[in-house]
Design a protein around this ligand. Structure first.
Ligand SMILES: Nc1ncnc2c1ncn2[C@@H]1O[C@H](COP(=O)(O)OP(=O)(O)O)[C@@H](O)[C@H]1O
Ligand SMILES: [Mg+2]
Length: 258
């Protein structure tokens, strides 16, 4: 059925000891759409993605993919689900000891048992899609600039042509021009795949470029959601403060004074 959301979170709660990080998160992403979750540092954005990926287990709530409950899935069922996912981790998170092409091909070889020769060919193709030549595939991550590392991480995220891609802070640490190049590549690659995406960022320029819809997380809850065109007239003081980067407003940063 086409009206079943690709991704649906309902009442997702995650705590660490006494600290409640996600306090009943509700989100829906239709098939082929791109949702960007914005919010300050430490508000639980990465934790939310880790819950959807199954790397962390929420205490309460439901996470459905294609209408199927995924909380608590294990073994073969979890493996099958993971094949739908591609992921670009915060800070690129490449394997230092593997060559670039091996990084891109990692999931193909380890996850799907593809032969090295075929996997290398595919990795080179994906590197081409993000504007890197085959010779870059022979280098190690430490030999690349930050922007190139992000491109490699993007090539890895799309290598297995996943139905769903998660982007965790894809532009953090890049200069604004390189960030824009990465945003354009994300939009292009996602369009080509027709993938559904869930991204998190605190970079509004990135959100404006890659989002169909934006949701804002604050204190463990989604406090606003709407089409990206409406983010400037949300009428929500939290959203306004965030997108204008103002210190004054309803969001109070916890600053510990000496
Ligand atoms: N494995 C963990 N154990 C304990 N606390 C954690 C763990 N992972 C994240 N946290 C806490 O959860 C909160 C949200 O973290 P995170 O989701 O990484 O924030 P961000 O929105 O910046 O991505 C932070 O206060 C962090 O310290
Ligand atoms: Mg994070």
């Amino acid at each position: 059925m086409n009206d079943v959301p690709k991704i649906r979170l309902q009442g997702v709660q995650k705590r660490f000891g006494p600290k409640v990080v996600l306090d009943g998160v509700d989100l829906e992403i239709p098939r082929g759409k791109s949702l960007v979750v914005i919010g300050g540092s430490g508000t639980g954005k990465s934790v939310m993605i880790k819950c959807v990926l199954g790397l962390m287990r929420p205490e309460k709530g439901s996470i459905q993919i294609d209408g199927e409950e995924t909380v608590g899935l294990r073994g073969d069922a979890r493996d099958r689900l993971m094949r739908k996912f591609g992921m670009l981790f915060q800070g690129a998170a490449l394997f230092d000891s593997l060559r670039v092409w091996e990084n891109v091909a990692f999931g193909l070889i380890q996850g799907r048992g593809m032969g090295r020769v075929q996997a290398k060919k595919l990795a080179q193709e994906k590197l081409g899609q993000v504007g890197l030549g085959a010779e870059v595939g022979e280098l190690f991550p430490a030999e690349l600039s930050g922007g190139m590392q992000k491109r490699v991480a993007l090539a890895r995220a799309i290598a297995a042509e996943p139905e769903i891609i998660f982007f965790d802070e894809p532009t953090t640490g890049l200069d604004p021009i390189m960030a824009d190049v990465i945003n354009d590549l994300i939009v292009h690659c996602v369009e080509q795949l027709g993938a559904t995406t869930l991204s998190i960022t605190h970079d509004m320029a990135s959100a404006r470029k890659i989002a169909d819809r934006v949701a804002m997380i604050h204190k463990g809850k989604i406090i606003w959601t709407g089409p990206v065109e409406e983010v400037d007239r949300s009428g929500n003081p939290f959203v306004d403060q965030f997108i204008h980067g103002r210190a004054e407003g309803p969001i109070h940063m916890e600053v510990r004074r000496p």
